[in-house]
Design a protein around this ligand. Structure first.
Ligand SMILES: Nc1ncnc2c1ncn2[C@@H]1O[C@H](COP(=O)(O)OP(=O)(O)O)[C@@H](O)[C@H]1O
Ligand SMILES: [Mg+2]
Length: 380
């Protein structure tokens, strides 16, 4: 509850005395001042919520006092005491937000009404303040809860996706180990080779997974350098050629000759293209074995308004519209235990960080095209 104190300012000792008694009777703790300067001094010290001041005083008049009080504390309720013929002053004081006026000679009832009104305003303002503060707190708490819940959900999803990916790989390793052991037991070269291939494939997978995860977790600090845009594409082709050959898939490079150098993080772009080519090879591999010759093309070309465009094209299984919508999502994969669903989410992150764009065109059974455009200078 508000402190029930009041500052009474009047230059006439008689009026101060009479009003002090009336105000004390109404339950106020009364401070008195006989001029504006004294009033200001007491106000600074006691901070009463209500000030009752004569409008006409020598030196500093009531209006000047009102103006200064409002400057110090705009919420102070200032009631002006006016005499007959102080109309001009009274009007002036409205401009400075006087709460009310009581005219001399002061009628106790009129004074009480004015004081009650002032008190009501103070209480209302306090309640409003409390509401606003509570509301702000409430909004803040709720927002915090939501952020936290979202974060936990994201962590949960990530952990679930990861454990799935790791389970697939350990499953493969276990299978390989089993075949390898059988090979040792039976001294069977064929089993030994098979088991070893299974293990090697899964070691590659876990290497790739940890590299991708590292890239995903890493804060954005791209190592941007001027590069020949063909270089990462060539690297990916060299890296994937043996595997493509093994699977009977033709891997073709189609690089424009008139390319300008670009600024990007070559390792990351290489990582990204590697994911696209790996997927393209998977798409060809999973397709109908009787289908026409399988082919994956990596194209590097100029693009209007951009530094360079990469295209990875395949004539593999393609994707329906529903799959296309989801491929950049975390851990989305249609490959069951063979996939992790991490490749494209990393690729998208890398391209986003380069201020580039990645697009797809695909049709179920008719192959896929991935397009990446990078600016001349990716400022990261
Ligand atoms: N070239 C492509 N052809 C057909 N489907 C593709 C191709 N590239 C990506 N996809 C689809 O996108 C999914 C997500 O790819 P990715 O994030 O690399 O995860 P993963 O390869 O581990 O499944 C794949 O499971 C596949 O369904
Ligand atoms: Mg992939």
């Amino acid at each position: 509850m508000m402190e029930k104190s009041i500052l009474l300012v009047d230059d006439e000792a008689g009026i101060r005395k009479v009003l002090s008694i009336a105000l004390s009777d109404l339950g106020y703790q009364v401070h008195t001042a006989e001029n504006g300067l004294e009033a200001l001094r007491i106000f600074e010290d006691k901070r009463p919520p209500i000030v009752l001041t004569d409008i006409k005083m020598p030196e500093m008049d009531g209006i000047e006092l009102l103006r200064r009080l409002k400057k110090i504390s705009p919420d102070t309720e200032v009631i002006m005491i006016t005499g007959h013929g102080d109309m001009d002053l009274a009007i002036k004081s409205v401009k400075y937000e006087a709460t009310d006026f009581v005219t001399k000679p002061i009628n106790d009832e009129v004074l009480e009404i004015a004081l009650n009104r002032a008190t009501e305003r103070i209480t209302m303002r306090q309640t409003l303040n409390e509401y606003t503060q509570n509301l702000e707190q409430l909004v803040q708490d709720k927002t915090q809860q939501l952020v936290e819940a979202e974060r936990l959900a994201a962590v949960g999803q990530t952990v679930a996706g990861l454990s799935h990916a790791i389970k697939n790989i350990t499953g493969g390793l276990k299978g390989g180990a089993f075949v390898l052991e059988k090979g040792i037991e039976l001294n069977d070269q064929k089993y030994l080779m098979q088991g070893w291939e299974m293990i090697r494939g899964n070691v590659d997978k876990i290497t790739n997974l940890s590299l991708d995860l590292l890239n995903y977790a890493k804060a954005t600090d791209l190592n941007i350098q001027a590069c020949d845009p063909r270089q990462p594409a060539q690297e990916v082709i060299d890296l994937m050629r043996p595997r493509a050959q093994e699977l009977g898939i033709e891997l073709v490079s189609d690089f424009s000759q008139d390319l300008n150098s670009c600024h990007f993080d070559a390792d990351l772009i290489c990582r990204c293209l590697l994911n696209l080519v790996t997927n393209a090879i998977d798409a060809c591999r999973n397709d109908d074995p009787d289908a026409p010759d399988k082919k994956v093309t990596v194209r590097v070309k100029k693009a209007r308004g951009w530094g360079v465009e990469y295209q990875v094209l395949d004539n593999g299984c393609g994707m329906n519209a529903k799959t296309q919508k989801r491929i950049f999502q975390h851990f989305f994969s249609t490959k069951g235990s063979e996939g992790t669903g991490i490749g494209l989410m990393i690729s998208k992150k890398i391209i986003d960080e380069h201020n580039g764009v990645i697009n797809i065109e695909s049709e179920e059974g008719a192959g896929s095209k991935f397009f990446i455009k990078l600016p001349k200078v990716s400022n990261g």
